[in-house]
Design a protein around this ligand. Structure first.
Ligand code: GFB
Length: 313
């Protein structure tokens, strides 16, 4: 397990999850946390990644770097989502094996499960049915990552574990309205509509899909918890075990941001998976549970956005 002076590489440290993992490691007393910006290290370059691991020799790796996005970005940039994520994860996972990394954690996503799998989603439902078309390329990449970690473990005796988070939100999220997920997109829309005295906010789709949301600091807490306690070929769903409709989410964000106007539902936009509630009993059995309730998390995310919105103009 990681010791206070273990050399820990967090790939994707500026992102929503990566930045939360760095905060969690720092607050837990780990002193040697290695991070590289895209300019410093191109994770899609095999040679650059091999050279980095050869020079820096990290002992533990959190692979939180990926090309991510919401339903619209996934649906449009299909080849980019598949190719870039395969490159990143293949390079880092192979380098971790080649350079004897003690332990690696691969971060997947809840979209790996079949579109119409029974709810809540159990880990064993993986590969039991067709995927949601809007994010199938991304899901295929993430499934390949899970299988690559498991295959290295079985063939070469590595200690590579995988986690499948539900929809995440929090500081350093992507607030670009075309490529972001629903939570940051609606926060930005409601704040802007209130500030500009607009009469409506447009919500994509019908409002009926259901989604589960986990605050990024809870996700980071679960990642460090598992890195310290679990080794093996089972992967873990990480979530709250509760979901809301997109309409309920929008109404909650509307209340928190103080927007007084109307919601308009744009049915020309895709709903995507009707529901993807995670069964989190496997992780709960190890003794972990989240601590940030949804409404509190949304307030934290709205406040973070208000303090940083100049970055997203
Ligand atoms: O968060 P989201 O983009 O991705 O969309 P998924 C969730 C739901 O929110 C969809 C609706 O039904 C959207 O139509 N929605 C409503 C909005 N208003 C908006 C809006 O303004 N922006 C966005 N983006 N959505 C993602 C996958 O699926 O889940 C990723 O595409 C990843 O690959 C992520 O797996 C966890 O939750 O549908």
């Amino acid at each position: 397990m990681m010791k206070p002076d273990s050399k820990i590489f967090v790939a994707g440290h500026r992102g929503l999850v990566g930045s939360a993992i760095v905060r969690k490691l720092q607050s837990s007393g780990f002193t040697t946390i290695l991070t590289k910006t895209r300019a410093e290290l191109d994770l899609t370059s095999y040679s650059d990644v091999m050279a980095f691991f050869s020079t820096e020799k990290p002992e533990f790796v959190f692979l939180a770097a990926a090309k991510v996005g919401g339903i619209q970005a996934n649906n449009i940039y299909r080849a980019d989502f598949l190719l870039e994520n395969l490159k990143i994860q293949n390079n880092v996972i192979e380098a971790a094996w080649k350079h004897q990394v003690k332990k690696l954690m691969f971060l997947g996503s809840s979209c790996i499960y079949p579109k119409l799998a029974p709810q809540p989603l159990k880990e064993e439902y993986l590969l039991t049915g067709l995927l949601e078309p809007t994010n199938e390329p991304y899901a295929i990449a993430k499934i390949a990552g899970i299988k690559l970690c498991e295959s290295f473990n079985r063939q070469y005796g590595t200690d590579f574990i995988s986690v499948m988070p539900t929809n995440l939100y929090g500081p350093n999220d992507n607030f670009d309205l075309n490529s972001s997920h629903v939570m940051p997109a609606l926060i930005r829309k409601f704040v802007s509509a209130r500030e500009n005295n607009e009469s409506t906010v447009t919500v994509w789709g019908s409002g009926t899909p259901m989604r589960e949301f986990l605050y990024s600091d809870d996700m980071a807490d679960a990642c460090v918890f598992l890195m310290q306690r679990y080794s093996g070929n089972e992967f873990f769903n990480i979530g709250t075990g509760q979901d809301v409709t997109i309409r309920e989410l929008a109404e909650t964000i509307q209340k928190i941001t103080g927007f007084q106007g109307e919601l308009v539902f744009d049915k020309t936009k895709p709903d995507g998976t009707p529901r993807k509630l995670m069964d989190v009993s496997r992780l709960k059995a190890l003794g972990w549970s989240p601590s940030v309730p949804l409404e509190e998390g949304i307030r934290l995310a709205v406040n973070w956005y208000l303090q940083n919105q100049a970055r997203f103009k």
